[in-house]
Ligand binder design. Structure first.
Ligand code: ADP
Ligand code: MG
Ligand code: ZN
Length: 476
């Protein structure tokens, strides 16, 4: 008799990642592209869709899309064009979105995540929509058009991811690539990066992918992971119960972490895409693309290799430094100025990242040169290793120069044998009992005496000198 083996399911994920570009102005008008302005401050006839207003393509938005494509390994199209995607929504006053369907700017590409290649299908450039603000207290909905026309790229992957963790890791790598390329600030909490996750499940060994559902508008790594896990579980439950998964769009419910239907394929929009007559097709020449490629700078992948291969950093330590570009830049500057990569790495991951984490700062509040000085002083035995750390923390907190901090807090090691001898004498005089134990062979108390001396000396004497003086007096 055979027992039915339990079916194992594989989760399949394809992502659509929306990233807002860091242009000065919007993609088809001259309104400022800034976050946090007063409602409807950054609007004009074009982005309000008023009759007669015409879009003019922002060169910088095209350049940044190309840079994003190059950073993600895409091929750049030589000819590209914009299409109208027709639909009505209250935050979209034209009743269409200018997007790209048939000839997107960037093609193919991909990133390796944990040794597996996740392929991109394409990246296209489009305009963002406005925002609806539901004011429950007054029972009204307000519309803010500031975001209308903000340049948005959509990065579409192939269905290559196989777990929520892998999808989250991929998004983080994409986020970093965009931030390093200087085209997006990567702030998911401000909506600069939003993710739609397409999820399906299939029995292990199946030849064809299962039917997918799309979960819209996930704006944190946690939501992405939760939504994918819940969605996969829901689909497996359906199939195991003899039902079928229907292709539909779902939304994520923050409260429960579950997903709920938004619209099904049956009432899917027919967007009636057609070439937008107001925006001309674009031909990109090799020189234009080459110039952008040359301006890219070092990308996270190359930097990771340098940290691990050249500086002997662990993969985890490298990731910690790389996660914030300004921190990684600061570290690189310190190393370029002569800091020991290991010592500098420890200090940046320790004191500096702690400060950044606590204050939410977006820059390191000290000169890389000051870090190099402090590390140099510690290496030369001018200040203790512990005081080097304290000095970094104080420099960050007080915004003074490292040297001023060292002097103000008396951190410099002064080889003053008389003062040291007096300190040791006073420490020993306070605990005759412990001195007796030491002489009876209880050598553990030596550490206690070292600690007492250091408390008083605060790093102003070299630990080796303290140790020698202690031994001298104890053994006499
Ligand atoms: P559509 O044109 O209907 O939007 P696409 O082929 O553009 O469909 O796919 C949209 C997204 O869905 C892509 O990210 C793709 O990787 C993903 N996707 C497609 N099929 C599946 C599937 N069976 N399971 C999971 N994701 C899928
Ligand atoms: Mg699609
Ligand atoms: Zn405008």
């Amino acid at each position: 008799m055979s027992t039915a083996a339990q079916t194992r399911y594989i989760t399949v994920i394809g992502l659509e990642i929306h990233a807002e570009l860091l242009t000065q102005t919007k993609v088809f008008c001259g309104c400022p592209n800034t976050f946090g302005s007063a409602e409807n401050e950054n609007v004009c006839p074009t982005c309000l869709g008023l009759p007669g207003a015409l879009p003019v393509l922002n060169r910088s938005a095209v350049e940044q899309t190309v840079k994003a494509g190059l950073a993600l390994g895409c091929e750049i199209a030589r000819w590209t064009r914009w299409d109208r995607k027709n639909y009505f929504y209250a935050d979209s006053p034209k009743a269409y979105q200018i997007s790209q369907l048939y000839a997107p700017l960037c093609l193919g590409g991909g990133l390796e995540v944990g040794g597996r290649l996740i392929r991109l299908n394409h990246i296209h450039l489009e305009e963002d929509a406005g925002k609806l603000i539901h004011d429950g207290a007054r029972n009204v909905t307000r519309v803010d058009f500031n975001r209308c026309g903000v340049p948005l790229i959509e990065i579409v992957t192939e269905p290559d991811m196989r777990s929520a963790d892998e999808a989250a890791a991929f998004i983080e790598q994409v986020r970093m690539a965009l931030v390093y390329a200087g085209v997006c600030d990567g702030k998911m909490e401000q909506g600069s990066l939003r993710v739609d996750a397409n999820v399906s499940v299939m029995p292990e060994g199946a030849a064809e992918l299962g039917t997918r559902a799309e979960v819209k508008n996930l704006n944190s790594f946690r939501h992405v992971a939760l939504a994918i896990e819940h969605e996969a579980e829901r689909q497996i439950r359906l199939i195991e119960g003899g039902d079928r998964v229907v292709q539909e769009t779902r939304r994520f419910l923050e409260g429960t972490g579950e997903t709920a239907p938004l619209r099904s394929k049956e009432d899917a929009h027919d967007y009636r895409y057609f070439p937008d007559p107001d925006v001309l097709p674009l031909e990109l020449d090799a020189e234009f693309v080459g110039r952008l490629r040359a301006s890219l700078g070092e990308l996270p992948g190359a930097r990771r290799e340098r940290y691990i291969g050249q500086y002997g950093m662990s993969a985890a330590d490298a990731e910690t430094l790389l996660a914030r570009k300004f921190v990684s830049d600061f570290y690189d500057e310190a190393v370029a100025l002569g800091a020991d990569p290991r010592e500098a790495g420890n200090m940046v991951r320790g004191e500096i990242l702690r400060h950044v984490g606590e204050t939410g700062a977006e820059r390191v509040g000290m000169d890389a040169g000051d870090l190099v000085k402090l590390l140099g002083m510690a290496a030369a035995g001018e200040i203790s290793a512990n005081n080097a750390k304290r000095a970094v923390a104080l420099t960050l907190g007080e915004g003074k120069s490292a040297e001023a901090i060292v002097e103000a807090h008396n951190m410099r090691i002064r080889e003053d044998p008389d003062a040291l001898a007096a300190t040791v004498r006073s420490v020993l005089a306070e605990r005759p009992d412990a001195v007796r134990s030491y002489k009876d062979g209880e050598t553990k108390v030596f550490g206690f005496f070292m600690g007492q001396c250091n408390k008083i000396l605060k790093g102003s004497a070299h630990p080796k000198s303290v140790e020698a003086e202690l031994r001298k007096q104890l053994d006499s």
